[in-house]
Design a protein around this ligand. Structure first.
Ligand code: FES
Length: 141
């Protein structure tokens, strides 16, 4: 192998190496990564006595917000806090005793059913049970 052929091979190899060094991170960035999703079916949303009647609490149910409501009758109800219209987080409106989505004024009753506004479907409702001192919320089904 003469000097010229050696330099050609060396430069060609360097060029290919540089190309791969730029190409690999670009392709890695563009391709979606595999994510492990943990599905949470049951969670302690609050402690007993934490919620006064006619109040609510937003809690974290896995990666989504949930809403726990202690009605004025002292009944505990829990729903997904994600509005079924465009996924805003809903709040409990104590004055009216309804669940309000402040984004587009969507309104739900305490059964999670749509009362008014643009939401196309009711809120996902959760089971609520008391376990010792904990208020445990779980997905139905
Ligand atoms: S996002 Fe809730 S009413 Fe539009």
């Amino acid at each position: 192998m003469n000097r010229r052929k050696f330099i050609d091979l060396f430069l060609g190899g360097s060029l290919i190496g540089t190309f791969i060094a730029f190409l690999y991170p670009t392709i890695s960035y563009l391709l979606p990564t595999k994510q492990i999703e943990v599905v949470i079916k049951k969670i302690t949303a609050a402690r007993l006595g934490e919620l006064a009647p006619n109040t609510s609490k937003i809690f974290k149910f896995g990666t989504s917000p949930g809403i726990l409501i202690n009605t004025s009758d002292g009944e505990l109800r829990a729903f997904s806090a994600i509005c079924t219209h465009l996924t805003c987080t809903v709040i409990y409106e104590e004055d009216t005793g309804t669940i309000l989505c402040p984004c587009h004024n969507g309104r739900f009753d305490l059964g999670g059913n749509v009362v008014s506004g643009p939401p196309p479907a009711p809120l996902e409702s959760y089971n609520v049970e008391i376990s010792g001192e904990d208020i445990v919320v779980s997905k139905k089904g």
